[in-house]
Design a protein around this ligand. Structure first.
Ligand code: GLU
Length: 594
């Protein structure tokens, strides 16, 4: 596959000159450094506890739980590459962050190979079972049923894709044996891990967990109380499942007893029984796709293509902002929030109109990322007045697309892992079981996703079929935005991503702008107060200095809402001093480097 810079160049998107960013990894001896945000912080005022970045000059991993990051770092220390570390970390996350991601879900991974400069995207997005229908989430009157009603149970479960994704990436780029990567998770599942304050709080606050027997038995005491912070959670069924998958590969999950148990749990759910078959699991395929890339000033930013909107929308925001001198604007100022929010409105107007599973609908990705088109979109932005609700633009588009509204805004689940190794290879991977605890159905110690609710619950709108409508075998629209940034010479500069549902797009764009334009280190960029606009209200992060901008932004025409905006950004930047890692203090993640 051509180097992404070449592909973009071929499409005449290259700029005439590049200022080469110096990204040499210095060989100076820096002691291993660990940065650990306040353990278990569920949210809170960022300004009260700004953590420092982690430093390393060999390798670095940033992940949502210290046990996962530690497992990944051990793999790097024992000669593993970025894919190996990501797999080991992800298996531990299945255990210790069960509310967010796991082998019962899916995700997207970007891999950068330093030697060739190639970026590969591995799409492990879940698929709709064969029995799925565009009308499955409608009530008797043809109205969409509420999210809280349809998410728990079997109907919302899509065919998981994570293990096929990881297996495909490992076959192409893994260095250590597959089975070895499961050892840390198996050992932890057998010995147990301490319930974090965050996990405890989420279990205590969830209305549906108790309704499903194996899930309730795992998360609650025999008296029906959520297991306490610090209590040891042992997960023997997961250890056993991981042992089978370690020994026999992903096939052990997609065929045989595990697959049968998944089908039994989905179809036998006492609330919302679904219609999955063992054939649905056996026929699941991960897909290797081309990254979507765009030059942002002197850098090349690359993201995941559809069925995630994350890559295109993040790049559209950057491509629009390219026309403005952000470096001259203060981070956290009214101007900065206004400009980025306006660019985001425009990107979401296009996202909601043009993006769905490209294997089912034609997505005009190239037209949406054409710099000329984005330049035109940038002209719609006024510095003195908000656009309000932005209309979709007219990228070079194939006919026959209907609107794709929808996409619930969650944000307590999903996880992101960034890894860079000593050779400059990188992984940026976002994975999810959709909402917090997914479908709440637990099979052999892991939770099944509720990713079917990422489809539009309405099959038609304004008389036209919605492009993100449900269809058998189709992948639901995602917003996951694992991103890699390269310099003008094709070397890795940054790996970053976040949870947050559709807000992921804004979180990631903010962090990239903060590092590239505002020259903040990756941790400062992550700490920087969040804001979000999904082509509606402008949300400002609660308990941050941004709240003080409310009146000024309202004067510009923004409708303002103050929200927790709990991202879970994990990123690594390559600087003149080596690798710097950042973990989101709004969650319990950590960056470990050597
Ligand atoms: N299911 C969402 C997506 O694929 C992610 C959910 C979240 O981040 O909370 O975009």
């Amino acid at each position: 596959m051509a180097h992404p810079a070449e592909r973009v160049g071929k499409r005449k998107r290259a700029f005439s000159c590049f200022r080469v960013v110096v990204v040499a990894i210095l060989a100076m001896a820096v002691n291993a450094c660990e940065v650990r945000p306040k353990a278990g912080a569920v949210s809170g005022p960022v300004s009260q506890w700004p953590p420092e970045p982690a430093h390393g000059n060999r390798h670095m991993i940033a992940a949502a739980h210290p046990l996962a990051a530690r497992a990944g770092r051990e793999i790097l220390r024992s000669g593993g590459g970025v894919i190996d570390a990501a797999i080991a970390a992800q298996m531990v996350l299945t255990l210790v962050e069960p509310q967010s991601s796991g082998i019962g879900g899916g995700g997207f991974m970007l891999h950068y190979a330093a030697e060739s400069g190639d970026i590969s995207v591995y799409d492990g997005r879940e698929t709709a079972p064969k029995a799925a229908s565009p009308y499955m989430f409608l009530d008797g009157r043809g109205e969409p049923r509420a999210f809280a009603d349809v998410a728990p149970g079997g109907l919302s479960v899509a065919v998981p894709g994570l293990l096929r994704l990881l297996e495909m990436a490992h076959k192409e780029h893994g260095r250590l044996p597959w089975a070895k990567l499961f050892e840390p998770a198996i050992e932890l599942a057998e010995k147990g891990f301490a319930v974090s304050p965050r996990l405890h709080k989420l279990v205590a606050g969830d209305k549906h967990l108790k309704s499903f027997a194996p899930t309730a038995a795992y998360f609650f005491t025999s008296e029906g109380k959520p297991k306490a912070t610090g209590a040891l959670l042992v997960n023997k069924p997961l250890a056993e499942a991981l042992r089978l998958i370690a020994a026999h590969g992903a096939d052990a999950f997609y065929y045989g007893p595990i697959a049968k148990d998944i089908v039994k749990a989905v179809n036998g759910a006492k609330h919302n029984p679904g219609g999955m078959t063992v054939g649905d699991l056996a026929s699941y395929e991960a897909k290797k796709r081309e990254a979507v890339c765009l030059f942002y000033r002197v850098w090349l930013a690359c993201g995941a293509p559809p069925p995630s909107a994350g890559g295109i929308a993040t790049l559209q925001i950057l491509g629009i902002l390219q026309r403005f001198d952000l470096a001259a604007i203060e981070p956290g100022s009214t101007e900065a929030v206004h400009l980025i929010a306006e660019a985001s409105r425009l990107a979401f107007a296009d996202r909601d109109t043009y993006i769905a599973d490209p294997d089912f609908v034609p997505v005009p990705a190239a037209g949406m990322l054409d710099p000329g088109y984005l330049g035109l979109r940038a002209k719609e932005i006024s510095l003195t007045e908000s656009l309000g609700i932005a209309a979709p633009g007219m990228p070079a588009v194939s006919a026959g697309l209907g609107p794709a509204p929808d996409g619930a805004a969650h944000g307590l689940s999903t996880t992101h892992v960034s890894v860079i190794d000593a050779d400059g290879n990188a992984v940026s991977m976002t994975t999810s079981i959709e909402t917090v605890f997914g479908s709440r159905l637990m099979v052999r110690g892991f939770l099944l996703n509720n990713q079917m609710t990422d489809f539009s619950t309405l099959p038609n709108k304004d008389g036209a079929p919605v492009i993100n409508r449900i269809a058998a075998g189709k992948r639901p629209l995602s917003s996951m935005a694992p991103t890699l940034v390269l310099d003008g010479q094709g070397r890795i500069v940054m790996a970053v991503g976040s949870p947050g549902g559709p807000r992921i797009i804004g979180y990631v764009a903010k962090t990239i702008v903060a590092v590239l334009d505002w020259k903040l280190n990756i941790q400062e960029a992550i700490n920087l107060a969040n804001f979000s606009n999904r082509n509606g209200v402008t949300e400002l992060e609660r308990n941050t200095p941004l709240v003080a901008l409310k009146a000024k932004l309202e004067k510009l025409g923004h409708e303002i809402r103050i929200e927790p905006l709990i991202s879970g950004l994990h990123g690594i930047a390559v600087t003149g001093e080596g690798l710097t890692g950042g973990a989101d203090p709004r969650r319990q993640g950590v960056a470990f480097g050597d």
